[in-house]
Design a protein around this ligand. Structure first.
Ligand code: ATP
Ligand code: MN
Length: 473
């Protein structure tokens, strides 16, 4: 007989039927005549209750049924008298696959997330991580579904790259060189001719540049893959290895891009509400009492669309009225997380798409606005068509922009920023041969999962986090 998953058992009303369930013991308690075992197999946050009569089984067997042990249970599906569950299993046979000694690190309830990170290989078996991982899976499905249904092609960009224009100093090098015996030229620079790729290479910080090549052939594409940034920042929102979703679309303007960002993210959040009900209810109860309400409100509200210059006005007004920020917010400054959160959480109380940033604080490929903004009666520096989405509790969740399509303007930017040109020839060809208006964005997958689960630390929404000084498991 085949096993039935717990998720199916709990839906079934086939009382009297013989079933087999297999899974791990969550709890085991006994009264005089009967033992209750809560069994979980990962298919759902919920456990199935196994009822085993004390006199039908060996006392030694019961001793081995401890938290974390793995069992196969044969029994009869019965209607449960207990509140809050419909069916349970009256056990006829119990086989122990794996006992679980008392040094099992996930034995106690209520352990801290810091503690559990030391046992990332075992924490997956807890209720919270089970819920987070099932939601993570569902979000990946929602993302593919959204883009597939909207005519985007899933496009695979390389993880190893030779261009370092985007993340100077933030990249992990890839080499097969013997690090104890590096050949150098007369200036002391490392010679890469004899390295695997014949040049210096790194892990990608973004698939966008190659994504643009795909979009300008297929019309609209998206990438969804691992991304690497050697940023030594140690914040609860940064990983050294994270997953990024990067759609790139031809023939759109800034309004279209913002519509896409908003529609896409609402689709994902709605998918979670529709498909992850049990897990969200669990997280809402255990982690964040405001979670479900926050998710529901995000899909109902129109996101605020706020030009950077207007944002600075609001922030400076707040400072005038006594609001204290750690960092300055003059026109031209990159906004700190405290500024973003003030706008989203205190001022507007809903998600904000911030646009038209000063050129100097944004990447070289963003489309330059035609008009310079007026601030305090004065004309400011040039701005670009960036469209970052700022979320409550998270800050930046999406970084997007319309791309500069003019060959000449792009060359100017590359030159004035001293970006090594020889590495960029293939990218420039998109502007040289049949250039077109286009744009796209990058969504950090784990930031989306943070938002959807209400978890506080990005290390707790990826199975095996990579952060400074941590690459275990
Ligand atoms: P931040 O200012 O938060 O560092 P960023 O401006 O460097 O973000 P982008 O380069 O625009 O981010 O990347 C696009 C998206 O990727 C971000 O909006 C964010 O959701 C995500 N992201 C960026 N860096 C990380 C990281 N180190 N770990 C996890 N997600 C990240
Ligand atoms: Mn960053």
């Amino acid at each position: 007989m085949k096993r039935t998953k717990v998720v199916e058992i709990l839906k079934s009303v086939d009382y009297g039927k013989e079933v087999i369930v297999k899974g791990w013991v969550r709890t085991h308690r006994d009264s005089k005549s009967v033992h209750f075992i809560a069994l979980n197999d990962g298919s759902t946050i919920k456990n199935v209750q196994i009822v085993a009569d004390t006199d039908k089984f060996d006392a030694e067997l019961f001793k081995q049924i401890t938290t974390g042990a793995c069992l196969s249970v044969t029994g009869v599906l019965t209607e449960s008298p207990a509140a809050g569950q419909s069916s349970e299993i009256q056990a006829t046979a119990i086989e122990i696959y794996g006992t679980c000694p008392s040094d099992y690190p996930m034995q106690k309830k209520g352990q801290s997330f810091e503690y559990m990170r030391q046992y990332a290989h075992m924490r997956l078996r807890t209720n919270t991580f089970g819920a987070v991982m099932r939601i993570r899976h569902n979000m990946a499905i929602a993302i593919h579904k959204y883009f597939h249904e909207h005519g985007y092609f899933y496009f695979h960009t390389p993880l190893i790259t030779a261009s370092d224009c985007e993340g100077a100093g933030q990249m992990f090098q890839v080499t097969t060189k013997n690090l104890y015996d590096l050949k150098k030229d007369e200036n002391g620079s490392i010679i890469y001719d004899d390295d695997f790729f014949g040049k210096q290479t790194s892990l990608t910080v973004s698939g966008q540049l190659e994504g643009e090549l795909g979009a300008t052939a297929l019309g609209q594409i998206y990438t969804f893959g691992p991304t690497f940034r050697a940023e030594n920042s140690n914040t609860p929102r940064h990983l050294a290895e994270f997953w990024m979703i990067e759609p790139e679309v031809c023939f759109i303007d800034m309004e279209d891009l913002m519509d896409l960002e908003e529609d896409f993210i609402k689709y994902c959040v709605k998918w979670a509400l529709d498909n992850c009900k049990d897990d969200l209810e669990f997280l809402n109860k255990m982690i964040d009492k405001g979670l479900i309400e926050r998710l529901q409100s995000v899909i109902k509200e129109d996101f605020v669309r706020l030009p950077y210059t207007k944002g600075i006005e609001i922030l400076q007004e707040a400072v005038k009225n006594g609001k204290k920020f750690e960092f300055p917010c003059n026109w031209g400054d990159d906004l700190a997380s405290e500024h973003e959160r003030y706008l989203v959480e205190e001022y507007f109380k809903k998600p904000v798409i911030m646009t038209n940033y000063p050129k100097a604080i944004k990447a070289f490929y963003m489309k330059i606005d035609e008009k310079k903004p007026i601030f305090n009666g004065k004309e400011m520096e040039e701005t670009v068509q960036g469209t970052d989405v700022l979320f409550p509790a998270i800050g930046e969740i999406i970084g997007g922009s319309v791309r500069e399509e003019s060959y000449d303007k792009l060359i100017n930017e590359i030159k004035s920023r001293d970006i090594p040109m020889k590495d960029m020839w293939w990218y420039l060809d998109t502007r040289k041969f049949g250039s077109c208006p286009h744009g796209g964005f990058g969504l950090g997958f784990e930031r989306l999962i943070l938002f959807v689960t209400g978890m506080q630390n990005i290390r707790d929404v990826i199975p095996f986090p990579r952060t400074p000084k941590t690459a275990d498991f």
